[in-house]
Design a protein around this ligand. Structure first.
Ligand code: PLP
Length: 446
C-alpha cells in the first residue's frame, strides 16, 4: 500500500502547533510528515493478514475467527483461559479491576501509563522497581528492563504478602526506555512470587522484541528460536495482558490470559459487562483473524532482525550527531535524553516537551514525551515531583517507514542540534487528573 505524505512548511507548523496547544496528541495526523508518536496500532499488515481479514467470521458467539485467535494465543502462552479485548488497557482494566482496590499494591519493573492509571483508578498503589541501571542513561547493562528482585523481596516483607495484588513484568519495559528483560530476571521473579503466593503477570505486548534480545544476549538461549524463548517466558507467569497493537502486528486488539479458573470466572463477568461476549470481547472476527496471523509472523527471524537493526540505525546516527540517548538502544523506539540535551531547561519546565515541539516545528515529526509530563505528580504544595528521567520516545511503526524516511529524521535532528541552546521550556495550562499527557494544554515560556 502507498500512502501519500502531505508536506507542510515550518510557518504552517508553527500555527498548527499553537492550535494543538503544543501537545502533539492534539495534532491532526494529516499535518504530520513522519509519525513516531507510537508503535501501537500503527503497523502495516501483511498480505496474509489482509487475506485472513476476508475470511473473518462475524458470528456473535463461537466464531471460527475466535477459535483461530484462541489457538494462536494458547499455543504461544500455554495459558488456558483466554479472553479477547479491544486493546491492552481493556485487559488491564478487567484484571486490575478484579485484583485491585484500596490497600492493594502492585509492583512492576515500570508500570506503563495505562497500567498505572487502571491500578490507581481501582484505588490501589503502583510501585516501580526497575534495576538501578534503568535510570543511568549511559550504563551499558544489556537488560536494563529487569526488575530489582532484592527490592521486590523487601517490599513484599514490608507491605505483607497479602497486600500484594500482583507483580507485573513488562517486556520490553516501554516506560523504562524500551529496555529488554532477561530470562534470568523472569525466573527470579517467578521464584519470589511462588514463595509468597503472589500472582505473576506478564505484560507481553513486545514479547517477540524482548525474545530477540534474550537470544542475542543471554548465552543459554542462543540456540533456541524466538518463539521458544517467548514460550519459556510465558511458562513462568500466571497471567498475561497483551496489547496486540504491538507484537501481534495489528491495528486493533488485545487479550487477557491466565491459569487460575476462579480468577478467570471473575474476569469473564467483567468482560461480558464491558467488552462483549467471551468469543469476541470488543473485536470483530476479521480483527481476530489478523491477530492469529500476526502472532505467527512477528517471530519470523528476518523480520525481527530487520526491525531491531533499523531502530538501532536511527539511534546510532543521531547519537553520532551528539544527541544524548538512553543506551543501549531498545527494540521499538529510540529514547532521547532531553534532560541532557537541554540542561538549561528545568524539569518543571518539561525539557521533553520542548524537544517534542521542536521536532514537529522543525520537521513535522511527531514524537512523545516520556518524563515529567507523563509521570510527574504534585506534592501537597502543588510542587512538581519529577519523573526519574526526561525522555522523548521516537517509536518506529512496524513495517511502515523506509530508510529514506529515517534519513529525513536524522536530517531534522541536525537542525535541532544547531538551535538547542535557544530552545525554551513549557508550562502546563490545563490538565486532567489521569493520563494528563494525552489531553493537557501547554504554553511556551518566554
Ligand atoms: C507496555 C504497555 N502496556 C499496555 C499498553 C496499553 O495498550 P493499549 O494501547 O492497546 O491499550 C501499552 C500501549 O502502548 C504498552 O506499551
Amino acid at each position: 500500500m502507498v500512502e501519500p505524505i502531505e508536506m507542510t512548511t515550518e510557518q504552517q507548523r508553527v500555527a498548527l502547533l499553537k492550535k494543538a496547544h503544543y501537545n502533539p496528541f492534539l495534532l491532526e495526523a494529516k499535518d504530520v510528515i513522519i509519525d513516531l508518536l507510537t508503535d501501537s496500532g500503527t503497523s502495516a499488515m501483511s498480505t496474509k493478514q489482509w487475506s485472513g481479514i476476508m475470511e473473518g467470521d462475524e458470528s456473535y458467539a463461537g466464531a471460527k475467527s475466535w477459535h483461530k485467535m484462541r489457538i494462536a494465543v494458547e499455543d504461544l502462552t500455554g495459558l488456558t483461559h483466554v479472553f479477547p479485548t479491544h486493546q491492552g488497557r481493556a485487559a488491564e482494566r478487567i484484571l486490575y479491576g478484579v485484583l485491585g482496590g484500596k490497600n492493594k499494591v502492585f509492583i512492576s519493573n515500570t508500570h506503563f501509563d495505562t497500567t498505572r492509571a487502571n491500578i490507581e483508578f481501582s484505588g490501589a498503589e503502583a510501585i516501580d522497581i526497575p534495576v538501578k541501571e534503568a535510570y543511568q542513561p549511559n550504563s551499558k547493562n544489556l537488560f536494563k528492563g529487569d526488575m530489582d528482585t532484592k527490592n521486590l523481596e523487601k517490599i513484599i516483607a514490608e507491605k505483607g504478602r497479602d497486600t500484594i495484588a500482583a507483580v507485573i513484568l513488562t517486556v520490553t519495559n516501554n516506560s523504562g526506555g524500551g529496555q529488554p528483560v532477561s530470562m534470568q530476571n523472569a525466573l527470579a521473579i517467578k521464584k519470589i512470587c511462588n514463595k509468597n503466593g503472589i500472582l505473576f503477570v506478564l505484560d507481553c505486548c513486545r514479547i517477540a522484541e524482548n525474545s530477540y534480545f534474550i537470544k542475542k544476549n543471554e548465552k543459554k538461549y542462543h540456540h533456541i528460536s524466538y518463539k521458544e524463548i517467548a514460550q519459556k517466558m510465558f511458562s513462568l507467569c500466571d497471567a498475561a495482558v497483551m496489547s496486540a497493537k504491538k507484537d501481534a502486528l495489528v491495528n486493533m486488539g488485545g487479550f487477557l490470559a491466565m491459569k487460575n479458573s476462579r480468577l478467570a470466572e471473575q474476569c469473564k463477568n467483567l468482560l461480558i459487562i464491558s467488552e462483549g461476549f467471551t468469543t469476541y470481547g470488543g473485536l470483530s472476527g476479521r480483527d481476530m483473524e489478523a491477530i492469529a496471523i500476526g502472532l505467527q509472523e512477528v517471530f519470523d527471524e528476518q523480520y525481527l532482525e530487520y526491525r531491531i537493526k533499523s531502530t538501532e540505525y536511527l539511534g546510532k546516527k543521531i547519537n553520532n550527531l551528539g544527541v544524548p540517548l538512553l543506551l543501549p538502544i531498545g527494540g521499538h523506539a529510540v529514547y532521547v535524553d532531553a534532560k541532557r540535551l537541554y540542561p538549561h531547561i528545568r524539569t518543571d519546565q518539561y525539557p521533553g516537551q520542548s524537544l517534542v515541539c521542536e521536532l514537529y516545528r522543525t520537521g513535522g515529526i511527531r514524537s512523545v514525551e516520556i518524563g515529567s509530563v507523563m509521570f510527574g505528580k504534585y506534592d501537597k504544595n502543588k510542587k512538581l515531583i519529577a519523573a526519574p528521567m526526561e525522555l522523548v520516545r521516537l517509536a518506529i511503526p512496524r513495517r511502515v517507514y523506509t530508510q529514506s524516511h529515517i534519513e529525513y529524521v536524522i536530517e531534522v535532528f541536525k537542525e535541532i542540534m544547531k538551535k538547542k541552546k535557544q530552545t525554551k521550556g513549557y508550562k502546563i495550562t490545563k490538565e486532567p487528573h489521569f493520563l494528563r499527557h494525552f489531553t493537557a494544554h501547554f504554553e511556551p515560556l518566554k
